[in-house]
Write a protein that binds this ligand. Structure first.
Ligand code: ADP
Length: 477
């Protein structure tokens, strides 16, 4: 398992990594690459000066120009043409170069497309004090750079431009920079630590508060959510948690309601079964077919409730996979209506089917029949004495709409969005008929959602209700 670290340490670690990275970059560029950069730059200047002189080579003011250039750039220049012009600066080597050396450089330049760069260690001659005539050669790491450019190569008298400069060692500068970096490093690291501490504190505080509030949540205290709204993320987290708390509260209530409703619904048939059973056991005269029928009916009702509950929990957990097929929805409606034949005879119920032609749809036939059953059961349960129910099949373009209409008590507008919730009852006193399990519409909703069908209800109190669902017609055989 990944080790969890306190935010404070994480922030500190990130900041340190960042600081060390920046310091390393500074050290690399300022200390390690200083000498190469310096050398590169100096050589570039030397080449630029030679190029500028080339452009002025035929000018009358060449001499002044060369002298100002060499002063500006701390270098010395020698131009060898018919009349030798040379500009000297302190430590200038090229003015003392013997002619054979000059020719050697010029030849090398001619062979190399007109330019030649020579870089050699600089040797300083030193007189040893006391022994007047003794001279020693001294290397201090400095370099002597001579850049030779031969111009007017094609003419009879080519001109040789020689630019000479010294590249000093930058040891002292790099050492000074190293010390500076060390100090900067210490200061930046310390300030990063302080910054990390305060940043973490600022970030952690509201999170810790939310954490505390969430802990209260798990104890069932849904009210005390933190009101700290320092920054957007915390505000959003707060909002999410508040919503989650409300959902949990709702789910908690739904769970309690569900248990109360289920036990109530189970108790009624169980009481009947036990009552009738005991009565038949105690009084032999009561062992009538009628009483046995009551027991059988109540047992059936029990199994309907239990099956519905199991169905709903499977549907809600998405454990049910639809057995999708193309089927004749018109025929399916007819088959469902036919199952009510017995009912129709016993009670005064009329179920009409209003259709023009047979159409096919894609869906799980068994589940869609279940939807139709649940809607028709409700239409029967919530109708008056005169139970007239009409199933309409309407074809609207590419779509087919199945509507289950009753002329019963209807549903108030405010209750319409709630009736799809499990165990929501408009009329709490309503005595459920033998068919209902209290979760009929919740099952309808889950099944139609799974099918991605559109569905809904239109209802007016005391006029009746129309429950419907709609889907695309499948053309062809
Ligand atoms: P129940 O077993 O209570 O009928 P349902 O989930 O099928 O459970 O329905 C939920 C609630 O919606 C019902 O209690 C009832 O108040 C209302 N309802 C459903 N269908 C109708 C209808 N056709 N007419 C009037 N009210 C209805």
């Amino acid at each position: 398992m990944k080790k969890t670290t306190r935010l404070q340490w994480k922030v500190l670690r990130y900041l340190f990594t960042y600081v060390i990275g920046i310091l390393f970059l500074l050290w690399f560029f300022q200390v390690i690459l200083l000498q190469p950069f310096y050398e590169f730059n100096k050589i570039n200047v030397v080449k630029e000066v030679a190029d500028k002189i080339e452009k002025y080579i035929d000018s009358n003011q060449l001499e002044e120009y060369v002298s100002s250039l060499s002063d500006q750039n701390d270098l010395c220049v020698r131009i060898i043409s018919e009349n030798d012009i040379s500009t000297r600066n302190a430590g200038c080597r090229i003015s003392q170069l013997p002619v054979d050396k000059l020719l050697e450089y010029a030849n090398l330049a001619i062979q190399n497309n007109g330019t030649y760069l020579s870089k050699s260690d600089l040797v300083e001659m030193q007189f040893v004090p006391d022994t007047l005539n003794t001279v020693t050669a001294k290397f201090n790491g400095d370099k002597n750079v001579i850049y030779t450019k031969v111009v007017n190569l094609e003419s009879d008298s080519p001109t040789i431009i020689m630019v000479n400069t010294r590249i000093s060692r930058v040891n002292a500068a790099t050492q000074a920079l190293s010390y500076q970096l060390l100090f900067i490093g210490i200061i930046v690291t310390l300030s990063a630590a302080i910054l990390a501490f305060f940043m973490a504190k600022k970030i952690v505080k509201p999170i810790a508060e939310i954490n505390e509030a969430s802990q209260n949540l798990s104890k069932g205290d849904y009210k005390h959510m933190t009101s700290q709204k320092d920054y957007l993320e915390v505000q959003e987290l707060n909002q999410t948690l508040t919503e989650a708390a409300q959902q949990v509260q709702k789910a908690d209530k739904a769970k309690r309601d569900l248990i109360a409703n289920v036990s109530h619904d189970l108790r009624t048939p169980l009481t009947m079964i036990t009552g009738y059973g005991e009565m038949m056991m105690d009084l032999p005269n009561e062992k009538t077919d009628e009483n046995i029928k009551v027991i059988v009916n109540e047992s059936k009702r029990l199994s309907i409730i239990v099956n519905d509950l199991l169905d709903l929990s499977k549907l809600a957990e998405n454990k049910i996979t639809l057995n999708l097929e193309k089927f004749d929805i018109t025929e399916c409606c007819r088959e469902v209506i036919k199952t009510y034949d017995q009912h129709l005879k016993q009670e005064r119920i009329v179920i009409e089917f209003d259709t023009t032609e047979d159409v096919n749809i894609v869906g799980d036939k068994h589940r869609i029949s279940q939807v139709l059953h649940n809607l028709i059961n409700n239409a029967i349960n919530y109708s008056d004495e005169n139970k007239r129910i009409i199933i309409h099949q309407r074809i609207e373009g590419e779509k087919v709409k199945i509507l289950v209409q009753d002329f019963g008590c209807g549903i108030a507008e405010s209750d319409l969005p709630l009736i799809w919730d499990r165990y929501y009852k408009v009329d709490k006193e309503h005595i459920r008929s033998n068919q209902g399990s209290g979760i009929g519409l919740a099952i309808v909703r889950e099944i139609l959602d799974l099918h991605h069908y559109t569905y809904g209800v239109e209802s007016k109190v005391n006029e009746g209700s129309i429950f419907y669902f709609e889907t695309t017609i499948e053309k062809g055989e």
